[in-house]
Design a protein around this ligand. Structure first.
Ligand code: GCW
Length: 861
């Protein structure tokens, strides 16, 4: 007799049965348009926002007639209607409004003073800032949104709406805010063909078929989201720039995008290629010091501003990863930046010149070679040589958006140059929006680092980039967002917290990660305490969890660095010119970047910080392997050896990743259904991919070090049955590269129309979860069936779009059939049917006591 009563099936591919059974009861918050993201404007408890004695306004009075103030008034209208069910009257004429005494008033400082001189405030607002006040005078109850300028008025409206969404009381309102820095931009790495470099959420919202898209509705919605968190600029094309976009006919099209941005105060910017004067201008040279080149840039700037009068400026990636640059003519980055900056200057445009200039043909045999040094080495000597409308855009770390890096020493190396910090919202090295990683805590670590600049203590990175530390006129924040046409903009619905958090930090970098995640959770999911508690715990732990099962102790993400930067690929970092070496051998690991014996990189930091990194005693554990080469037996401050730390964190991280699923499941019915399932699907996937990471890393280090795990876990899988050890019909064993990305280094591929792998169950009778680890290649869709004694109990398709067409750590994934009744002697069979180029590849089966059963036993104990 077979007992399949509890059969629940869930994994990457099919969750159908489970979904049907677990459909949440329809709640009041459904359905929600996912594109609204944190501007969901869900209904709120009006009594919290407008306690008794504080009337809800009836009218929004717009004092000025600028586009931005119109947008502000429309947004207030929308927000009040959705959140408070109050349809505001829109008014522009001061006299008419006098009839109503219960108003929201939107205007600039100048307009407010002209409307009611008594409301003039002594203290001037900083540019783009705002003041929110509630004023009760006579019969009037006024909610004043006063902007320093039109942008400030719009930002003030969004801030007021945020307070309402968070159910804050407006009874006593007195808020003054201003952005931390003038530059708060996103970069989008979109290509004219509609693809997005390192984009994980569909095609471009801007381009397609080598042109600007006809339908730009998503662009306007995006601008709205950006403005709602104070982002005021957006670079719409890849920093690996296509010079063609500067052609007149393209600029005319790009102007359509700028028109969508304009109502939200988002200035359009373009990435430009330094060789444009040659490639599209027909000049013989692009030498920045050649007069004809300067003239070409001047004419081009004039042309751009004719098409886009509020154009923000340009980003330049040059002499980096194959991009043309001034080095070709023996010129410096400053000379290149300045020739463009001088062309933009009369129009008020700026140049963001990327500090990401390095040689990717380094000699790995040279123990003094060090990519991390490049930013400082290339730019430090140019301090003071950049024009005032140039900003050097510096990635937070000296390498490249790894799961953990120290801050770039260049932040402290430029005192007479404007700086911006470049943060990566798109999760290139941090799980590509398939893994949950809330990046704000990571960014905070960088922004709150004290650089110990002599004579400027403290000198936090956030104060340097906002221009405070060195009294610079400009600077700020750039976030590489790479949103796409995906309904959730970034793929993973929870990844939008990173875009939100970037904007909030750019506005106010002293906000805490916890405060930002609370705001975002409230705005996205409402004010329910339980929902917020679960969501915020997930968010705030996620970076740590991801770091635990990927790259430890500052060594780098340990991903395939010469490929797609996604799954594990440990040795890919070594023995090539890219300089992301981890320098792991049989006795130890880590880059020696010390002044005393290493590459000298640490000497690029101011002495106070260098002293901390230079000695093993003072160096923080989480940056140890970035700064030092140590034996595996080296003891961390915690007392644990490096190798045991690697083992322990990887087991802990994978376990914690799996626990995220159960945490999220408590929200069924409490968040919108679609979002619930989109997140659940990804968390399930992550729970199956984290063990791929864990096993790859622990096995690799076990083999390299020869040191056993003191808990005996590494290489010991009592519940695992390797495909190659099963009875195979049609399947043939294959070696997987790199070996650590398949269990036992091997998998099985099917070379005919259908194949099977079977085994006899030899453990005690009971309820089990059966996990099938397989490879889901980009091309092709295989189908799998799990059979017990010839009866199918589950079937699924390998139809995910993982980023590789090979068997490796990118494509290894898992499908779990939960709650299967198994008796000793049962025959378990997996049938694989290849589809397209995908040969139904299998890695192993893992059969564990059913989760529900083990949970019950745990309770009994
Ligand atoms: O990390 C690397 C990315 C490239 C990117 C480059 C950069 C746009 O892998 O895809 O190119 O950084 O930041 O310029």
């Amino acid at each position: 007799m077979r007992r399949f009563a509890l059969m629940l099936s869930c994994g990457v591919a099919v969750c159908a049965w489970k979904q049907a059974s677990a459909l949440p009861a329809p709640g009041p918050r459904q359905p929600v348009n996912p594109q609204a993201a944190w501007l969901a404007y869900s209904p709120v408890d009006a009594r919290q926002v407008f306690p008794s004695g504080t009337p809800i306004p009836n009218t929004v009075l717009r004092l000025g007639d600028s586009t931005l103030e119109s947008t502000a008034a429309d947004e207030l209208h929308r927000g009040f209607e959705d959140m408070l069910h109050r349809v505001l009257r829109l008014d522009t004429g001061a006299t008419q409004a006098e009839r109503d005494h219960n108003l929201i008033v939107v205007g600039t400082t100048r307009e407010v003073a002209a409307w009611r001189p008594s409301l003039r405030e002594g203290k001037q607002l900083a540019p783009e800032g705002f003041r929110l006040r509630r004023i009760v005078s006579g019969r009037d109850s006024l909610l004043m949104i006063e902007g320093a300028d039109e942008r400030g008025a719009l930002y003030g409206a969004f801030a007021l709406l945020r307070m309402i969404a968070e159910e804050q009381s407006l009874a006593h309102l007195e808020v003054v805010e201003a952005p931390s820095a003038p530059v708060r931009w996103t970069n989008e790495w979109d290509n004219p063909d509609g693809s997005i470099e390192r984009g994980y959420a569909g095609r471009s919202i801007f381009f397609g078929n080598d042109d600007v898209r006809q339908d730009l509705a998503r662009v306007r919605e995006y601008a709205r989201l950006l403005a709602s968190v104070g982002i005021n600029g957006c670079t719409i094309n890849n920093v690996n720039a296509d010079p063609d976009l500067l052609r007149p006919e393209k600029l005319r099209e790009i102007a359509r995008i700028a028109a969508e941005f304009r109502p939200y105060g988002v200035r359009l910017s373009l990435s430009i290629a330094m060789n444009s004067p040659q490639v599209i201008g027909g000049l013989k040279t692009f030498d920045p010091l050649a007069p004809e080149v300067a003239a070409w840039w001047r004419a081009k700037a004039d042309e751009i501003y004719r098409a886009i009068p509020d154009f923000g400026g340009v980003i330049i990636k040059a002499d980096s990863e194959g991009q043309p640059g001034p080095s070709q003519y023996g010129r410096t980055p400053a000379e290149a930046a300045n020739v463009v900056a001088r062309a933009l200057k009369p129009h008020g445009g700026i140049v963001l010149y990327r500090g990401f200039v390095y040689n990717h043909h380094l000699d790995w045999r040279d123990s003094k070679a060090d990519r991390a040094r490049a930013g400082y080495d290339n730019f430090h000597s140019l301090d003071g040589k950049f024009d005032d409308n140039v900003i050097v855009q510096i990635k937070n770390g000296p390498i490249d958006f790894q799961v953990r890096e120290p801050v770039s020493p260049l932040f402290a190396g430029l005192h007479k140059t404007n700086e911006a910090i470049e943060l990566q919202i798109t999760q290139e090295y941090t799980g590509q929006q398939r893994h949950l990683v809330f990046l704000v805590p990571m960014w905070k670590t960088a922004l709150d680092t004290d650089m110990h600049v002599p004579g400027a203590r403290p000198s936090l990175v956030r104060d340097i980039v906002t221009g405070r530390t060195f009294a610079r006129p400009s600077g700020g924040f750039v976030g590489v967002a790479n949103v796409g046409l995906d309904d959730y903009w970034l793929g993973h619905p929870l990844a939008m917290a990173n875009l939100y958090g970037f904007g909030r930090l750019a506005w106010s970098p002293s906000l805490s990660a916890a405060a930002i995640s609370d705001e975002w959770a409230r705005l996205t999911f409402g004010n329910d305490t339980e929902v917020r508690r679960v969501v915020e715990a997930l968010m705030l732990n996620s970076w740590h969890i991801y770091e635990e099962y990927t790259g430890p102790l500052g060594v780098g993400t340990l991903t395939d660095i010469i490929g797609v930067h996604y799954g594990p690929g440990i040795e890919s970092a070594e023995r090539n010119g890219w300089g992301q070496w981890i320098r792991a051998d049989h006795s130890g690991i880590g880059m020696d970047r010390t002044i005393a014996t290493g590459t000298g990189y640490i000497g690029q930091y101011p002495p106070g910080l260098a002293a901390e990194y230079e000695t093993l005693k003072a160096c923080p554990d989480d940056l140890l392997l970035f700064m030092h080469h140590v034996p595996y037996t080296y003891r961390l401050h915690s007392g644990k050896t490096v190798i045991q730390y690697i083992y322990d964190t990887h087991y802990a991280g994978a376990t914690a990743a799996a626990a995220q699923v159960a945490a999220w499941e408590t929200l069924a019915g409490k968040v919108p259904d679609r979002t619930y399932f989109e997140v659940l699907r990804r968390l399930n996937y992550q729970a199956g991919h984290a063990p791929v990471w864990r096993d790859a890393v622990v096995n690799w280090f076990h083999q390299m070090s020869g040191i056993a795990d003191d808990q005996g876990r590494v290489g010991n899988h009592p519940n695992r049955i390797e495909a190659e050890a099963m009875h195979l019909a049609g399947y043939a064993p294959v070696a997987v590269t790199p070996w650590e990305t398949a269990s036992g280094g091997k998998a099985a591929m099917c070379g005919q129309a259908a194949c099977s792998a079977s085994t006899v169950f030899t453990r005690p009778d009971g309820w089990y979860d059966v996990a099938v680890q397989y490879f889901d290649l980009l091309d092709g869709v295989s189908h799998f069936t799990l059979e017990i004694n010839g009866s199918p109990v589950d079937t699924w398709a390998a139809d995910d779009t993982l980023p590789s067409d090979k068997l490796n750590g990118h494509t290894s994934t898992r499908h779990t059939t939960a709650g299967v009744a198994l008796d000793r002697g049962d025959r378990i069979r997996i049938v694989g049917v290849p589809g397209g180029k995908e040969p139904a590849p299998l890695d192993y089966l893992e059969i564990t006591r059913a989760f529900a059963v083990t949970a019950r036993e745990a309770v009994k104990k």
